[in-house]
Design a binder for this molecule. Structure first.
Ligand SMILES: [Zn+2]
Length: 186
């Protein structure tokens, strides 16, 4: 499995997980201010006039020039994939763990009763509990929440995203990615 590289802004705050090929592009464009961590991959660059070949060593953390400290972060968008990752695929009502296909987004206060489609009003629910709760608040349905929904913070968001990227890569054969990787390392 290809390792991912963490890009940070000039203040060292995390910005994004990027694939190795993107890390190489940052190096090639000389946008890397400093790097930290272990060398995850060494790439060969072009031939120099003196007959040697340049080398680019990518470390696991890269600070990208010109990024405004903290300027790139917004509240992460609410998607089912991130929601289910936040809640570790546990139903907020029965507490059992389910496969992704058996999960749904439940609005604690139903949208039809004025609830909003936001992180703090959304929990993971199995289809059975979601159907049982129907168009009611947890109090009225007598189905107390087992955990309190929250907005994932910056660090958590990156952890969730990485977990999701890794899961997706594991699940799917991605010939296009491999092909791109092969082109870059050749
Ligand atoms: Zn349930």
């Amino acid at each position: 499995m290809e390792p991912l590289v963490l890009t940070v802004d000039m203040a060292g705050l995390p910005q994004a997980w990027v694939a190795l090929e993107d890390a190489i592009i940052y190096h090639a464009k000389q946008l890397v201010a400093w790097s930290l961590g272990d060398v995850v991959r060494e790439f060969r660059g072009g031939w120099q006039r003196n007959g040697t070949r340049s080398r680019i060593a990518t470390k696991s953390i890269l600070a990208i020039k010109g990024t405004i400290p903290g300027g790139h972060f917004h509240t992460p968008g609410l998607t089912n994939a991130l929601l289910f990752a936040r809640d570790r695929q546990l139903c907020a009502y029965c507490g059992l763990r389910f496969q992704l296909r058996d999960l749904s987004r439940d609005h604690v206060i139903p949208v039809s009763r004025g609830g909003r489609d936001v992180w703090t009003n959304s929990v993971t629910a199995c289809r059975r509990c979601n159907t049982k709760k129907a168009n009611r608040s947890p109090e009225i349905a007598s189905m107390p929440l087992l955990y309190v929904p929250y907005v994932p913070n910056r660090h958590e968001h990156f952890i969730l995203r990485n977990r999701r990227i890794l899961a997706r890569r594991r699940a799917a054969n991605e010939p296009s990615l491999r092909r791109r990787g092969a082109l870059l390392t050749r």
